[in-house]
Design a protein around this ligand. Structure first.
Ligand SMILES: C=CC1=C(C)c2cc3[nH]c(cc4nc(cc5[nH]c(cc1n2)c(C)c5CCC(=O)O)C(CCC(=O)O)=C4C)c(C)c3C=C
Ligand code: FES
Ligand SMILES: [Fe+2]
Length: 384
């Protein structure tokens, strides 16, 4: 234990010395902001490897005989999912949007927090390139000594952000002993809330003014298996908090519900399901709905295929007019929010704040995954 304590103390001392004496960062080594996300196949032929990596992730889907079952399930599922990526233009736009958002954020950060400039954003995906090892190689080539792991999932789930942090922990040696801190959730940040609200307002504008107040706002988030919810995963609570914050910002002028999409397989998942909720709205005589993706910051098959191709069409056949609020994608308000979140984190850290949120330290009451515990302790020591 002693070496950890010593290195944490040394880092804290160096940080407070630097902040008191305004010492510029040594050399030109950039402060890395590592944007963590799941990724998606950039082209249709990459779908199989994406699914294979996804079904091999025991933090997301623990399977018996995982290394045998994962390739088998992936192979069976590939044609159906390939067709969906083909239908949305030949691949997932997530890498394009992550690079765009990251570059905009890093540029703003140099102004907002010059003490840690230059900042450079990196993408680390969980299931497609650039995977953690590739990002680590690039960061080593750039001489990175200090990095912030910045989850791009606004709300924390052990199956998403937790999986990415576990993967960083497992691959830590590839980075060559750099100093880490973590931004693990930001689902009620005012800038994020503002960006989502503006996209909802734009969708509401598409309805005639006289009937706008009757429009139902349906927030749709990727569902979770009930086994994960009942383990004590914080995601459902945190998505609900985002919804409440957005509705408060919109003045609570419309009725709304939070519904859940994209469940996979036969087990019980969090509900109500988005498509059932739309049918329910039709049955209740509701004629206007704004559909809002709330748990993902760029377009992906769940918005472009599942929502736009399937649910919106089905709802319109039932006589409902549905407008989907745009995903955050290139929203300048959102990019500014990312920069504000990172700047505050770097400022607090320079002032002696901890490397992670207090909340990250607590494992789910039902957690049996030893890696979660090791990962949390390691990040709590700043990656030492
Ligand atoms: C916050 C978002 C997401 C949560 C929470 C989440 C949990 C979760 N997902 C699966 C299984 C699959 N997810 C798949 C695709 C997929 N998942 C998300 C987001 C969350 N998942 C997105 C954005 C995507 C699509 C990626 C893209 O298009 O860019 C898939 C693959 C597609 C399919 O086969 O249907 C699976 C499988 C589980 C089991 C889970 C919680 C434990
Ligand atoms: S599953 Fe939540 S901390 Fe391990
Ligand atoms: Fe998923």
């Amino acid at each position: 234990m002693m070496p950890f304590k010593t290195s944490t103390a040394t880092r804290a001392l160096a940080r407070s010395y630097a902040s008191l004496h305004n010492v510029p960062p040594a050399g030109k080594s950039p402060t890395a902001i590592v944007m963590l996300n799941m990724g998606g196949p950039a082209t249709v032929p990459e779908t199989h490897d994406f699914l294979k990596n996804l079904f091999s992730d025991g933090d997301l889907i623990p399977l018996p005989f995982q290394s045998f079952l994962a390739p088998w399930i992936a192979k069976r599922r590939t044609p159906q999912i390939e067709a969906q990526y083909a239908a949305i233009g030949g691949g997932s736009p997530i890498l394009k949007w992550s690079e765009h958002q990251g570059a905009g954020m890093a540029q703003l950060l140099d102004e907002l927090h010059p003490e840690t400039a230059p900042h450079k954003s990196y993408v680390a995906f969980r299931y497609v390139r650039p995977l953690t090892e590739e990002t680590a190689r690039q960061m080593q080539a750039d001489g990175v000594k200090r990095a912030v792991a910045f989850t791009q999932y606004p709300q924390y789930s052990c199956s998403t952000t937790g999986s990415s942090l576990n993967e960083l922990f497992r691959k830590k040696d590839n980075f060559g002993g750099i100093e880490w801190s973590v931004i693990d959730r930001w689902g009620t940040h005012p800038g994020f809330v503002e960006a989502v609200s503006q996209n909802i307002e734009a969708a509401l504008q598409k309805f005639p003014e006289s009937a706008r107040g009757d429009t139902v706002i349906l927030f749709s988030a990727h569902s979770l298996p009930m086994s994960v919810v009942n383990r004590g995963d914080p995601y459902v609570l945190e998505v609900s908090a985002s919804v409440a914050a957005v509705m408060a910002r919109l003045g609570n002028n419309n009725p709304y519900r939070l519904v859940w999409q994209s469940q996979v397989g036969p087990s019980a998942w969090m509900g109500p399901q988005t498509n059932d909720a739309l049918k329910g709205m039709a049955r209740l005589g509701k004629k206007q709905v704004v559909l809002v993706p709330i748990a993902f910051t760029s377009d992906h098959i769940e918005t472009l295929y599942e929502l736009d191709h399937e649910y919106v069409r089905e709802a319109e056949e039932l006589g409902i007019h549905v407008e989907r609020a745009e995903s955050l994608n290139g929203s300048p308000v959102f990019i500014r929010a990312l920069a504000d979140i990172a700047a505050k984190h770097l400022k607090d850290y320079s002032a002696g704040g901890g490397p992670t949120s207090v909340q990250l330290g607590l494992r789910c009451p039902g957690c049996k995954n030893a890696t979660c515990g090791q990962q949390k302790s390691w990040f709590a020591r700043g990656g030492a």
